[in-house]
Design a binder for this molecule. Structure first.
Ligand code: FMN
Length: 339
């Protein structure tokens, strides 16, 4: 793995000659073939931590949006990630925004995306997940991220989240339930019009309470990093907790393009959410704020700008229970999992 990680920057040069989405498809296929060929090898996955009462072989996982179709998580776990947040899934299939919708900013170790919840819909997604759950290693488990459809009004949004849960729960075997860590309520993608309004006082408490009430799984809420004030952010945290959520994922991508430094204009002109290194400082700050507001016992998952094993250790020492990577995996490869 050490040799691979030192060669990765050279490999990345060639990989990045490909269009980001085509590369994602090719890498996904390669990972699945690798997983298939290694299927008889024993897993080295002794429990190292636990989350939501389940043992995990590592505190690091892949953030939502990498496995949007629910097909890649066993192969990603085989690379060393103990958790994968699949999705985001909406009630019905969506094509997302037209391509190009991913922009790499290599000089900043950043990505801008305006995918818009392209996904197969929860029914098809859940069928894929069920197949994959049979193939995952011991001490690994998934999260399932659910979102509202692009044409659903804010007033009816709660029905979309409940619909997704219902599809999962109405066809759930006990051995599958054991491998699902949590359901993530995604109300923070910047690429579904108005979605982030669900984070505001008028919606968030009601939404969380109604979803928690029907969920068999621990419910986590994924927040954006772009609250106007710290007070608004901590109010959202308090509302999430007081309405029964199990924990919080902080954070999604940012629309504060200024963080992209000399590439700020390029990011702004492309539009969508910025992730990777420019998000690091903000994500660390919000983790600290959330830990203070939530107290020591509420589970927090840290996402945003985790670009190295040292970053993973730092987030854990700052009070994160689990850490997720996305851009760091794209820029530095699978060795990031070994913190
Ligand atoms: C191409 C792309 C697609 C994403 N799709 C989703 C998604 O469907 N749901 C979600 O909650 N987050 C999504 N995200 C956000 C990531 O899960 C993560 O929170 C964000 O990228 C910050 O982490 P990073 O700096 O490690 O990339 C996406 C990110 C990228 C780059």
């Amino acid at each position: 793995m050490k040799l691979f990680s030192s060669l990765y920057p050279f490999l990345r040069f060639f990989l990045f000659l490909s269009d980001p989405e085509i590369l994602h498809e090719k890498v996904g296929l390669l990972l699945r073939v690798r997983h298939f060929l290694r299927r008889w090898l024993p897993y080295k996955s002794t429990a190292r931590t636990q989350f939501a009462g389940k043992p995990l072989f590592s505190s690091v996982g892949i953030a939502a949006g990498y496995d949007k179709y629910g097909k890649l998580f066993p192969a990603l776990m085989d690379l060393g990630f103990a958790t994968v947040e699949t999705g985001t899934f909406t009630p019905y299939p969506q094509n997302g925004n037209p391509r190009p919708r991913i922009l790499r900013l290599p000089s900043e170790h950043a990505i801008v995306n305006k995918m818009g919840f392209n996904n197969p819909g929860i029914e098809k997604g859940w069928k894929e997940i069920k197949k994959g759950l049979r193939k995952i290693p011991p001490n690994a488990a998934i999260g399932i991220s659910i979102g509202k459809g692009k044409d659903t009004s804010l007033e009816n949004a709660v029905d979309d989240y409940k619909f997704c849960l219902d599809v999962i729960q109405s066809d759930l075997l006990p051995e599958e339930e054991k491998k699902i860590l949590y359901i993530a309520i995604n109300i923070s993608s910047p690429n579904t019009p108005e979605l982030r309004k669900l984070q505001s006082r008028g919606y968030i408490g009601d939404l969380v309470r109604k979803v928690v009430k029907v969920s068999q799984f621990p419910v986590l809420v994924k927040l954006a990093p772009d609250f106007d004030t710290d007070e608004e952010f901590t109010q959202a945290i308090e509302s999430i907790i007081s309405n029964g959520a199990y924990g919080i994922i902080i954070s999604n991508t940012t629309v504060n393009y200024a963080d992209a430094g000399k590439k700020a204009d390029a990011a702004k002109n492309f539009g969508g959410g910025l992730s990777g290194k420019p998000l690091r400082e903000r994500a660390e700050y919000l983790l600290q704020l959330a830990r203070n507001a939530a107290g020591p016992d509420i589970p927090l998952i840290s996402s945003g700008g985790v670009m190295s094993p040292q970053d993973i250790q730092k987030r854990l020492s700052m009070g994160a229970n689990l850490v997720q990577v996305y851009s760091g995996f794209i820029y530095f490869g699978p060795s990031i999992a070994h913190y």
